[in-house]
Ligand binder design. Structure first.
Ligand code: ZDR
Length: 283
């Protein structure tokens, strides 16, 4: 079975063009976990399945721990470039069905050459019960208190199809990503667990961001988290609607436009091609 390896700003994925039934559905999480293992497998932050169904391009994303996420901003740029370069689509802009609904990437060219992918990431979800965050009903969750590790922090919650807990900090280099991240990921307020973003505002048009990803750990970049951070920054009066986001793995541009859709622009890179061994597949 052939696979390709991709990354979006160092957030890396194993991409398989396979219909989900290639291994029994109940074995998919374990398969993803084994494949993402950097010592016993190929290695990656996630496994992405790409397949056509009912005439529509689909993607499913599994985290390194085997859990399935609804959506992934960095992976969808990789899937879009894959689909474009492999001729699975014929236009520069097309629909991809994700666990969070349809998203619309657009391939940006520089002359003939690939330059970037701009993705219509849809509308942010702000209602507590939809994100989901326990105890807020249909209300927004903005600058609320959360007790973790014996201290109270202010957090804002936003879903971009997957849940994000946003913390604004003074200095990103000192942010307790590896200690608070896992505690917040599994905090009782978040019934589906959560991704956690630590955000330093440099100017209203530029932020630095580090992420603790649900089901993965600290990664070099997070597409949906970047979008959520800009939405949270606008809602709390910190940011403009067009923001440059600096992540450990590089830079993304995010705009929360007047039509309430969030647009994310960034790179997608193919790194290598490989073939899975039968023994690994059948284990
Ligand atoms: C953060 C992420 N890599 C992206 O680029 O959007 C998404 C991966 C899925 C995430 N870990 C989750 O929601 O469980």
């Amino acid at each position: 079975m052939h696979f390709t390896k991709w990354h979006g700003l160092g957030n890396d994925f194993i991409l398989l063009e396979q219909k989900p039934g290639f291994v029994p559905e109940e074995r998919l999480p374990d398969f993803a976990r084994r494949l993402c293992d950097r010592n016993f497998g190929v290695g990656g932050d996630g496994l992405v399945l790409v397949f056509q169904e009912h005439g529509l391009l689909n993607m499913r994303i599994f985290n390194a721990d085997g859990s399935e996420a609804e959506m992934c901003g960095n992976a969808i740029r990789c899937v879009a470039r894959y689909a474009y370069e492999r001729g699975l689509v014929s236009n520069l802009s097309f629909e991809i069905k994700t666990g969070a609904g349809i998203r619309v990437p657009e391939i940006i060219l520089d002359g003939e050459k690939f330059a970037a992918v701009k993705v219509d990431m849809g509308k942010p979800i702000l209602s507590g019960e939809a994100i989901p965050v326990n105890g807020y009903g249909g209300k927004k969750v903005i600058e609320q208190d959360i007790l973790v590790d014996g201290r109270i922090f202010k957090f804002t919650a936003v879903s971009m199809g997957n849940p994000h807990c946003l913390l604004f900090v003074n200095d990103i280099s000192e942010a307790p990503v590896k200690t608070l991240g896992p505690l917040l990921e599994r905090h009782e307020l978040f019934p589906k667990r959560t991704n956690v973003e630590f955000i330093e505002v440099k100017t209203p048009a530029e932020i630095n961001l580090r992420v603790w990803e649900r089901g993965v750990g600290e990664t070099l970049a997070c597409g949906t988290g970047t979008c959520a951070a800009v939405v949270g920054g606008v809602l709390t009066g910190r940011l403009d609607r067009m923001v440059q986001v600096n992540l450990p793995g590089g830079r993304l541009l995010v705009e929360w436009a007047g039509n309430n859709h969030v647009y994310m622009t960034g790179p997608a890179e193919e790194v290598f091609k490989g073939r899975l061994c039968e023994s690994f597949l059948n284990k």
